[in-house]
Write a protein that binds this ligand. Structure first.
Ligand SMILES: *Cc1c(COP(=O)(O)O)cnc(C)c1O
Length: 488
């Protein structure tokens, strides 16, 4: 079967018809023409077949269950796509004057207001393009805050050992020294270790809650108070907000700043390199430092009128972090999602996300060791290893799951759990799907003991077998040539 679109072509085939030129033909300078670029000559139908076939080689949320922990691979409602494609939104130009795009500005303004309400904060900027970008905005604001007060000796940020890798990366990119704080036996931040680092050099503390073990930090308020008492600020990694919607607000817990992942919690698409969106929300004392400009009301509404929206630059803004105004299409999608859910719907999201994860925990805990055995939030972390099956690893379990038609969970993260399998079912899956997944996991646990080689050689049913991940990283092939030596 031909693998490359280049193999499909034949001289003279084409998929587009260009109108006859209405200017005289000219010779192109030969220096600008490349002879080494064998562009395919293909018709429309074979092009569509090629890309459709490629798309089907990938697992997606529309083809099956996708319990990739911490990534919240939940269903993205189709209505989001409809609203994002409305002409007034889809064709708005970012340089149009504010008075021509009042509707778009209103969407952004109200989304900011809702995110503030959901998180319990006083300010919000939609500019950051991803979670990590929101973190960068947040830590830059922490830095700007200390500097604005002449408090310049603060040079370190504390980060728990369970944190997502973007947290330390963000802190060191912002010029801070990162100090790792261990977790205690219950999977919480070790409070004594945290307090020992709370001194006059402390700039901030980055905390994910629920943390990446899927657990609510039991002493979150005490931890925040300790950091505040030392003059530090607390950054909340809100990527796991799916577990808290409508139940608990980070602003009320005392966090100073938090990012959200619209592409996780608020059903804008992610994966495949598409645009994300990582709004950053802050308490009042940081609102002046937000990246801008942000959508604001520039003239209050008169009798029976709509207010006038415009761009507002916070007074001590850390500046612009993104071309134009962030990923506007994602703002429309998230706005639609929140509007469709309403307050009660959002709370139900969190309740069902937590219920589903605990259901899987209950079904699997006999066969797998639960890393930290207490009720989990929206995800559960298991250990993919058994003392009496020493040659089976979490990776083998994940690969075998593909044979049963499921996307693997997150592997080997958080780093503090041996052979970690981090499972996030999300609220959009029903009981039948959860049961089918649990059945497959239980079957795999049996196989691990009775026929370990079935796991070690998995996957067996996918188009490509197990990849050599080391080789893939060392001999990266970035063009679209598929490796010929892999059996298809
Ligand atoms: C996904 C995630 C991030 C980073 O978000 P991106 O949009 O991928 O940059 C940060 N922290 C946690 C806990 C996450 O799950």
């Amino acid at each position: 079967m031909p693998e490359l679109i280049y193999d499909l072509g034949a001289p003279g085939r084409q998929g587009v018809q260009l109108p006859a030129p209405d200017v005289p033909l000219a010779e192109l300078p030969s220096a600008h023409l490349r002879g080494d670029l064998p562009l395919p000559e293909v018709g429309e139908l074979e092009t569509l077949r090629h890309y459709t076939r490629l798309s089907q080689l990938n697992h997606s949320i529309l083809t099956g269950f996708y319990p990739l922990g911490s990534c919240t691979m939940k269903y993205n409602p189709v209505i989001n796509e409809e609203t994002a494609r409305l002409g007034g939104f889809a064709y708005a130009h970012p340089l149009q004057p504010a008075e021509m795009v009042q509707g778009s500005l209103a969407i952004m303004y109200h989304l900011q207001e809702w995110l503030k309400e959901i998180t319990g904060f006083g300010g919000c900027s939609l500019q950051p393009a991803a979670g990590a970008h929101g973190e960068l905005a947040g830590v830059m604001m922490i830095r700007a805050y200390h500097q604005s007060r002449g408090d310049t000796q603060r040079n370190k940020i504390l980060i728990p050992d369970s944190a997502h890798g973007t947290n330390p990366a963000t802190s060191s990119m912002s010029g801070y020294r990162v100090v790792e704080i261990p977790s205690d036996a219950r999977g919480n931040v070790d409070l004594a270790a945290l307090k020992a680092e709370c001194d006059e050099t402390l700039a901030g503390f980055m905390l994910t809650n629920p943390n990446t073990l899927g657990l609510f930090e039991e002493q979150v308020v005490e931890a925040i108070e300790a950091v505040h008492a030392a003059g530090g600020l607390v950054y909340g990694d809100g990527a796991n907000m799916n577990a808290l919607l409508g139940v608990c607000r980070p602003g009320d817990l005392g966090f100073d700043v938090l990012h959200l992942n619209l592409h996780k919690t608020f059903t804008t698409p992610h994966g495949g390199g598409g645009p994300g969106s990582g709004p950053v929300c802050v308490a009042e004392h940081l609102a002046d430092f937000l990246p801008g400009p942000i959508a604001g009301i520039v003239k209050e509404a008169g009798e029976g009128e709509a207010p006038e929206y415009g761009w507002v630059m916070p007074q001590q803004s850390i500046g612009r972090l993104k071309a134009f105004h962030g990923q506007f299409g994602m703002h429309v999608r998230a706005f639609t999602y929140i509007l469709m859910q309403g307050a009660e719907g959002l709370r139900a999201v969190a309740e069902h996300a937590v219920l589903n994860a605990n259901y899987l925990k209950a079904r699997l805990e006999g066969a797998y060791k639960v890393a930290y055995d207490r009720p989990c939030m929206h995800e559960v972390v298991l250990e993919g290893r058994w003392p009496d099956a020493p040659d089976v690893h979490a990776l083998d379990i994940s690969k075998r799951l593909m044979d049963y038609g499921f996307h693997p969970p997150t592997n080997y993260f958080p780093l503090i759990v041996r052979e970690a399998l981090m499972i996030e079912p999300t609220e959009t899956e029903d009981k039948a799907t959860l049961d089918a997944f649990a059945d497959a996991m239980l079957k795999i646990a049996e196989e691990a003991h009775n026929e370990p080689e079935t796991l070690q050689n998995a996957p067996h049913t996918t188009k490509y077998g197990r990849m050599d991940e080391v080789k893939a990283a060392r001999q990266l092939v970035l063009c679209c040539e598929f490796p010929r030596n892999i059996e298809t």
